[in-house]
Structure formats: structure tokens, C-alpha cells
Design a protein around this ligand. Structure first.
Ligand SMILES: [Zn+2]
Length: 145
């Protein structure tokens, strides 16, 4: 999908409707159309980036900064908010549905409907060390990029 058909680019350019909460030159934040709880926000960069791979690091810092403030704002709002989740889906396998990077910020409370289903079993140290080696190799490939 090019930027021409990107719904978040359209929102950033004021060409599509959104319930805006925050905007500056780099990022904007608006209400998710399908909130998991009332107060569910999306923080998106103004410029098109698909995901972590093509997102500028400085813009990533700005996204986090705004999400941090919004998480704190939710706790001070009149909305039910006993906790906050920040959630970023990078890639289809990670449940990314709109391919313009976005960080979800949403209130949590006892008995809400949000679920993350996984096998949270504690793993053996040897397995964790092997996995850490694989990740370090990935990190070393980023050096100089
Ligand atoms: Zn876009």
C-alpha cells in the first residue's frame, strides 16, 4: 500500500476524519476507531513509515514520548483507567493491520476484554542463552546501518 491509500497519512494530512487528541510537526494521536477500552489511542508519525524497519529512530523517540504523556493523561482523565498498555504490532504476524507504524495506548481495568494468549512457561537458562546469542547476532548486523 502506498501513501496515497494510507488511512493514517490521510488523517495526518487532514483528509480523513479522526478524533484528534494531540498533534505536532512529527506525530499525532487520535482515538482508535475500534477501541478495546474507552480511551484507546493511536500515536502515529506524520510521515509514512510501515514499521520498525523504516521508522526513523528520532521519530520513534518522539512517538514514545507522546505515548508516555498520553498514558499519564489517561490516568488523570474521567475514563476508567486502572492500568495502561502500550502495544506496537510490527508486521502481519504480529497482528499489524494498518501498515503505517502506530503505537497503541489504552486504559486497562479489572474485567476488561483485552487478552494476550501465550504459553508463559519459564524456559531453561541454556535455551535463553542460545536465544540471546541469536539476538546479539541480529544486533551486530545493525552496526553501521
Ligand atoms: Zn501512511
Amino acid at each position: 500500500m502506498g501513501t496515497d491509500e494510507c488511512v493514517f497519512c490521510a488523517i495526518a494530512q487532514g483528509e480523513a476524519e479522526a478524533s484528534l487528541v494531540y498533534e505536532d510537526d512529527t506525530v499525532l494521536a487520535f482515538m482508535d476507531l475500534q477501541p478495546v477500552t474507552p480511551g484507546h489511542l493511536l500515536v502515529v508519525p506524520r510521515g509514512h513509515a510501515i514499521g520498525l524497519e523504516d521508522l526513523d529512530e528520532e521519530v520513534g523517540v518522539k512517538i514514545w514520548q507522546v505515548a508516555h504523556q498520553l498514558g499519564r493523561a489517561l490516568r488523570r482523565s474521567s475514563l476508567r483507567c486502572e492500568g495502561v498498555n502500550l502495544f506496537l504490532a510490527d508486521g502481519e504476524a504480529a497482528f499489524q493491520e494498518v501498515f503505517h507504524v502506530h503505537l497503541h495506548v489504552f486504559p486497562r481495568f479489572a474485567g476488561d476484554d483485552f487478552r494476550l494468549d501465550a504459553e508463559w512457561r519459564v524456559r531453561e537458562r541454556e535455551e535463553l542463552d542460545t536465544t540471546a546469542t541469536a539476538v546479539r547476532k541480529g544486533l551486530s548486523e545493525l552496526v553501521g546501518q
